[in-house]
Write a protein that binds this ligand. Sequence first.
Ligand code: NAI
Ligand code: MG
Length: 326
Amino acid sequence: MAHRIGIIGGDGIGPEVISEGLKVINAAGVNLETVEYDLGGDRYGRDGTVLPDEVIEEWRSLDALYLGAVGTPDVPPGLIERGLLLKMRFALDLYVNLRPFTYAENNVDFCVVRENTEGSYAGEGGVLRQGTEHEIATQGSVNTRMGVERCIRFAFDLASNRKGHLTLVHKTNVLTFAGDLWERTFNEVAKEYPNVDTSYNHVDAACIYFVQSPDQYDVIVTDNLFGDILTDLGGAISGGIGMAASANLNPTKTGPSMFEPVHGSAPDIAGQGIANPTAAILSGAMMLEFLGENEAADRIKEVCADPAVQVEGTSSIGDAIAQRLV
Ligand code: NAI
Ligand code: MG
C-alpha cells in the first residue's frame, strides 16, 4: 500500500529541493501517494492564509509530511515561523527534533535530539508599554517533567540502538531551575539504561567540542533553543547547510511526523537551479525509515554519502543520486 504523504514545497528553493527528494524516493522504488499543500510566505502574500485549522485536521489522517522550507523576505519575521512551523509542531505534538550528522572527513557521526515543543519557544512571556521608554519584554522558558522526560527517553532509546553513548547538553550552572529539572530527569532515566554511557556538557563547551573533537559524540539530547543553535553548528562541521537533514517526530505515531531539510528558503539563490537538494533527499530518507522502508532509506543514505554525487546543479545532483538507485 502507498504511504500517504502531505507535500509542502513552500517558498524559494523549497519546491526545488522537494521535487528532487520525490524523484529519489521514486527511484528507490517506494510508492507514495502525495497530497500537495500550498502554504508559506507566497501563499500568505496572496490571500493572507498561514495554516488553517481544517488543514491540520486533514493532516491527522496522513502518514507523514514532507516540507521544503517556508518564509519569504517580504513577510514580517515570526509570522510564518510561529503561525506555521511552530503551530504544526505543537498541534501534531512533534516533540522530538532529530538531526543526524555524518561527515567522515571531520570524524562526525552523531545525532542531536532537540526538544521541540517547550523551552523558550513555547511562547511564554509578553510585552508591556511597547514602544515607550518604560517598555518591558519577557520571554520565559517552559520545561515540564513530562515534556523533558519523553524527549530524554527517546534519546536513550536511540543511543542504545547506536554506539551506546548519550550526552546531555544544557547550562545547568546558570539556568539552574530548568537545568535542575533536565539533569535530575536525565539521571533518573539513565538508571533504566545500564547499557548507555552518559556524560554532560555545558552548551558553550559543547560548541568547542563540536569543532575540536566531534568524535566524542554519539547522541546528544538538549532543549529547544540550545538544540536550534547547536544543530546549525552541527551542519557547519558536516559538509554545510546543503547536507543537513531533520525530522520532527511524534514518536507515539498518533499523527503524522514531519520531515524537512534544516535550511530555509534561501531567497538569494532561489529559481537559479543551484540549491543543493541533498539535505531534502536525506530528510526524505529519514521519512522512509520512520515509515518502515528501511532498505530504501539505507540505500539513499549510502548513495548520498558518496562525494561523487555532488555535481553542479539541483536537478543534476538529484539525477546522479536517482541513477545510482535504480
Ligand atoms: P537559509 O537557510 O535559507 O539560507 C542561509 C544561507 O545558506 C544562504 O546563503 C543560502 O543561499 C544558503 N543555503 C541554504 N540552503 C541551501 C542549499 N540547499 N544549497 C545551497 N545553499 C543553501 O536561511 P536564511 O537566509 O536565514 O532564511 C531565509 C528564509 O528561510 C527566511 O524567510 C527564514 O525565515 C526561512 N527559514 C525557514 C526554515 C524552515 O522552513 N524550516 C528554516 C530556516 C529559515
Ligand atoms: Mg535554526
